[in-house]
Design a protein around this ligand. Structure first.
Ligand code: HEC
Length: 465
């Protein structure tokens, strides 16, 4: 008897679960939530940029078959707001590339999963998004082969120093490029790849690596990091690299999770003079197995001159004073601070720090003294190097200052901290620190990019970072 009682109880419980499941799985109008109709559009808009072949996410979420096994994990990650990764404080600014989910989207995914993740009628599904081929984010008009890099399995001290190499751009006439994308062939080893345009020199040796050696102690920690400007390796024209922005509007980088620079979105372009060369500055991380990376760089080009030019800057607040004491949970870096000498519009920001980076805040201080926070990232996460594109370009009239503050957590409470008992100096490796608020502006094409920024205090240019 008892046994049948149990079975009955189980049946009732299951019945109740199914019943609540069904109610939960229906939206207000009473129609069931399905993958095809409700969930796929959310994935297309907010997830598939990364969750498709050739991108950084571990699995694709293009189809029902691909998404179904991940249903529960998706629910957990979206409720925790860990996916999609997005770190801008919503109180300051709104962003054109904001992929964070609306609460209603989170509710939809939750209801769908709670209902057993049904597919629904495939006829309800929106057409698949047409992604660029071969893992490109944008479809390039021109593709240039970058320098091949052999990443050793286990280098001495487990350190691979930064290296630079120069390649021909292939542009034989002055060219306005309207987007630029760097595409590594192996994402697992690529910490970053940055590209700048440098003047051609007759004695240049193409595709040859220059090593950016830092003196290191026996543990591999740099003892004199920052003695040379970042990215300016021996044999490379430091002036061309480090000058306010380099040729043709500065630096572009691949870092994990980054979006390619698309100047078309703000009707701008970058002028690449004929026969300019491209310098790659790379940092690879060993993974215990030899890997060869064969990066490509792709461009779209304009058929006529642009009216606005896009200029990217990498500045740094980490001067020689920068030193985070052991166990300090909230070290404040010297600020990065620069004044615009002409009217500009802010179009992109990318906070960059390393494992102890905690928060970063970008302010514009206008000539009338008004102080506006244009980006606040209160919980920086080194694993996500995201760019933030303001919804509309932010006007900064001549005389406006960009002022950036950042804090670092060198305590044991920081789970990414490799060693809380060490003083941490600026440096290029992830266990050293950087305080690099990257940003891009647009301005009229008559202004020489090298004259746009007046660095203040100890702020430095950080090209190649
Ligand atoms: C900017 C790129 C990016 C976007 C956008 C993104 N993801 Fe991810 N996702 C990743 C990466 C990289 C990982 C693996 C690292 C990790 O687990 O954090 C991941 C991991 C996950 C996982 C965990 C997989 C596991 O092994 O447990 C789930 C689930 C997930 N994503 C769902 C989503 C959903 C749902 C969306 C959209 C609402 C989304 N992601 C948007 C990059 C992204």
């Amino acid at each position: 008897m008892l046994r049948y009682g149990w079975i009955l109880l189980v049946l009732i419980v299951v019945g109740v679960l199914i019943a609540t499941g069904t109610t939960k799985a229906q939206d207000a109008a009473g129609t069931p939530v399905t993958f095809s109709k409700d969930v796929l559009p959310i994935l297309q808009k907010n997830c598939q940029t990364c969750h498709r072949p050739g991108q950084i996410a571990p699995m694709s979420l293009l189809t029902y078959e691909q998404a179904r096994p991940w249903a529960r994990a998706m629910k957990l990650r979206v409720i925790a707001r860990e996916m999609p990764p997005w770190f801008a404080d919503p109180q300051h600014g709104s962003f054109a590339n904001d992929r964070s989910l609306e609460q209603t989207d989170i509710d939809t995914i939750t209801k769908w999963v709670d209902a057993g993740a049904p597919e629904g009628d495939p006829k309800d599904a929106p057409p698949p998004v047409e992604w660029a081929a071969d893992g490109w984010q944008l479809t390039p008009d021109v593709i240039v082969r970058g320098p091949e890099f052999r990443v050793p399995a286990r280098p001495p001290k487990n350190v691979i120093e930064w290296a630079t190499a120069i390649i021909p751009s292939g542009f034989t006439k002055d060219t306005w490029i309207t987007s630029l994308e760097i595409k590594p062939s192996d994402l697992t080893v690529t910490h970053h790849i940055c590209a700048t345009f440098v003047p051609h020199r007759d004695n240049v040796k193409y595709y040859e690596w220059n090593w950016n050696e830092s003196p290191r102690d026996e543990e591999g920690v740099a003892t004199d990091a920052g003695a040379t400007p970042f990215g300016a390796a021996s044999g490379v024209d430091a002036q061309a690299v480090g000058a306010a922005s380099g040729i043709g509007g500065g630096i572009s980088c691949y870092v994990p999770g980054v979006q390619a620079d698309d100047f078309r979105k703000v009707n701008a372009a970058r002028l690449i003079p004929a026969n300019t060369d491209i310098q790659f500055a790379v940092h690879y991380t060993p993974i215990g197995q030899e890997v060869i990376d064969r990066p490509l760089i792709g461009f779209t080009v304009a058929d006529k001159p642009a009216e606005m030019q896009w200029v990217s800057y990498a500045i740094s607040g980490a001067s020689s004073d920068f030193a985070i004491p052991p166990q300090d949970p909230n070290y404040k870096s010297p600020p990065a601070d620069a004044e615009f000498t002409t009217d500009v519009w802010l179009v992109q920001m990318m906070p960059h720090m390393h494992l102890r980076g905690k928060d970063m805040t970008y302010h514009l201080i206008y000539p009338d003294g008004r102080d506006e926070i244009i980006l606040n990232v209160p919980k920086y996460d080194f694993n996500w190097q995201l760019v933030y594109n303001p919804m509309k370009p932010i006007f900064a009239p001549k005389g406006t200052r960009l002022h950036v503050d950042a804090h670092f957590n060198n305590s044991s409470a920081n789970k990414f901290n490799p060693d809380p008992n060490r003083t941490v100096y600026r440096g290029r490796m992830t266990w050293e620190e950087m305080m690099s608020p990257f940003f891009s502006i647009i301005t009229d094409t008559k202004t020489d990019p090298k004259t746009i920024l007046k660095l203040r205090g100890q702020t430095r240019i950080d090209n190649g970072a």
